[in-house]
Design a protein around this ligand. Structure first.
Ligand code: ZN
Length: 413
C-alpha cells in the first residue's frame, strides 16, 4: 500500500517546496550593514536631494527593496554599527572620549526614518511575534536592529537598557576592540591576552537576559564565547559568523563552542564574507555559494539543524561569493540546501524559524526574571572617569559622608 501511495504522491520541485515553506516561515537575516552606507555616503539624508531611492532597482550595493522582494526576505536585523573609536584597535583606554552613543542613536534614527519613508513595504518589529505577524499577516518586511559592540554603549550598562527601549534587540559583546565587558577576537589575534568576559561583563549578560536583549557572540574571543555560554540564562546568537572547521578564521566558531551552542539552544547565523568561508583545502581561490552551504551543513552536523541560520553581512563586506551577490539570492541558497538533502523542517529552521525561536525564548526568560523581581543592574566600570565641575563639592551633600563615597576618590586621582 505504502508503495502505491508514494507512487501517486506528486513530487514538488525545490521551487514549489520553497513556496510552500514561505507561507509559514520568513527568511530572516541577522546582519546587514546597509544603514552604515546611508551614514557614510549620504550623511543619513534620505530626502530626494541625495538622489537616494530604496526602490531603485539599479542601486549598486547589496540591499534595495526590489532585491529584497526578489530575495523573499521576511525579517531583517539592520546593524546600527559604529566602528571602535579608541586611538587604535588594541587600546585599553576605555575612557577615551567619543560621540559613539550619539552616532549609534543616529543609526537607529535613520533606520526608523527609512521605514517611515517606505512604510508600504517595511515595518518595525518590537517583538518576535510582531516580526512573524508583519511578515505573515501584513506581507511586509519586518525590521529590527542590532548594535555591533558594547563599545557603542561607552562602558555603561544603562546604555544597554536605553538601546533596548529604542528597539535594539541584540548587542554584539565586542567589535574589533576590547571594552570593559569582554575581549575581542581581533585583540587576541593581534597578541593581547584572551581575558574572556570580565566580572562586569558577566553582570551585563545578566542584565541583557533580564531585559530580553539577545547576546551576540560574533567578533568576540574564544574565551568570551566560553565564559558567556557558561553564565547566560538565555540562548545566545552569533549574528554573522561561520564554521572554524571549514575556514580557520578567528571570527568563526570552533566545534567545541558549537557543541555548547547546541546545549544552550542558541544559533549560529552563517556569514557570507568570502574570507570567512574560504576552505584552505580547496585549490581554487574562488569562493562560491557552495562554500556557504558547506558551512551551513557543518554547523548543522555539530550543533544541530535547530542552531543554524543566515547572517549575510551584506553591505558590510567588500566582496561576495559567486552566487550570493546580494539580498536577492536567499532562494538560490535555500534551494541548493534542499538539493543537498535537507528536510522541510530543517530548511524552515535555517530560513528563520531558529532565530525567531531564540528571540522568543529570550523574551520568555526576560518575562520570568522580571516576574521574579530580578534586580536592575547598577554595575559600573571601576576604571571610569566621573567628571564633575570645579565647584561641585560646594553643592549640598545628600547625607553626612556622601561626598566621601566616591567623589573624593575620583578627584584625588
Ligand atoms: Zn561584523
Amino acid at each position: 500500500m505504502s508503495f502505491l501511495w508514494k507512487q501517486s504522491k506528486v513530487e514538488l520541485t525545490p521551487e514549489q517546496r520553497l513556496e510552500t515553506l514561505l507561507k509559514t516561515t520568513p527568511i530572516v537575516d541577522t546582519h546587514n550593514d546597509f544603514p552604515y552606507l546611508l551614514r557614510i555616503q549620504l550623511h543619513n539624508i534620505l530626502s530626494p536631494e541625495t538622489k537616494f531611492d530604496f526602490n531603485d532597482e539599479h542601486l549598486l550595493n547589496h540591499t534595495s527593496l526590489p532585491k529584497i522582494k526578489k530575495g523573499r526576505l521576511g525579517v531583517q536585523f539592520f546593524s546600527a554599527y559604529i566602528e571602535c573609536r579608541y586611538p587604535d584597535g588594541l587600546s585599553q583606554d576605555f575612557n577615551h572620549r567619543t560621540p559613539i552613543v550619539r552616532d549609534t542613536i543616529e543609526q537607529i534614527d535613520v533606520v526608523e526614518r527609512l521605514i517611515a519613508k517606505y512604510d508600504k513595504d517595511m515595518k518595525f518589529a518590537w517583538t518576535s511575534k510582531q516580526a512573524w505577524d508583519i511578515y505573515q499577516k501584513e506581507g511586509k518586511l519586518a525590521i529590527t536592529i542590532g548594535v555591533e559592540g558594547l563599545h557603542q554603549c561607552d562602558a555603561s550598562i544603562a546604555m544597554v537598557r536605553k538601546y533596548f527601549d529604542l528597539g535594539v534587540r541584540y548587542i554584539t559583546l565586542t567589535h574589533n576592540c576590547d571594552n570593559p565587558f569582554a575581549t575581542a577576537a581581533s585583540s587576541v589575534t593581534a597578541g593581547l591576552e584572551d581575558k574572556g568576559l570580565t566580572e562586569l561583563g558577566k553582570e551585563c549578560i545578566g542584565e541583557m537576559n533580564r531585559i530580553g536583549m539577545l547576546v551576540d557572540l560574533s567578533h568576540v574571543s574564544y574565551q568570551t564565547m566560553i565564559d558567556t555560554l557558561e553564565v547566560t540564562k538565555s540562548p545566545v546568537i552569533f549574528s554573522h559568523s561561520s564554521a572554524f572547521a571549514k575556514c580557520p578564521h578567528a571570527r568563526n566558531v570552533k566545534d567545541d563552542v558549537l557543541l555548547k551552542v547546541k546545549e544552550n539552544r542558541g544559533v549560529v547565523q552563517v556569514n557570507f564574507y568570502p574570507a570567512f568561508l574560504k576552505n584552505p583545502e580547496k585549490k581554487s581561490d574562488k569562493v562560491t555559494i557552495d562554500d556557504a552551504i558547506d558551512h551551513i551543513f557543518h554547523i548543522a552536523e555539530i550543533a544541530g539543524w535547530e542552531s543554524v541560520g543566515l547572517g549575510s553581512d551584506f553591505d558590510g563586506i567588500d566582496n561576495v561569493p559567486e552566487g550570493l551577490e546580494d539580498v536577492s539570492k536567499y532562494p538560490d541558497l535555500l534551494i541548493k540546501v534542499m538539493e543537498r538533502g535537507a528536510t522541510d523542517s530543517q530548511i524552515q529552521g535555517l530560513m528563520g524559524g531558529n532565530i525567531l525561536r531564540v528571540w522568543k525564548e529570550n523574551e520568555d526568560v526576560a518575562k520570568k526574571l522580571q516576574a521574579n523581581n530580578e534586580p536592575i543592574s547598577e554595575g559600573v566600570w571601576a576604571g571610569r572617569n566621573w567628571d564633575a565641575h570645579a565647584r561641585s563639592e560646594k553643592l549640598p551633600s545628600l547625607f553626612q559622608g556622601a561626598y566621601e563615597l566616591f567623589f573624593r576618590k575620583d578627584t584625588s586621582t
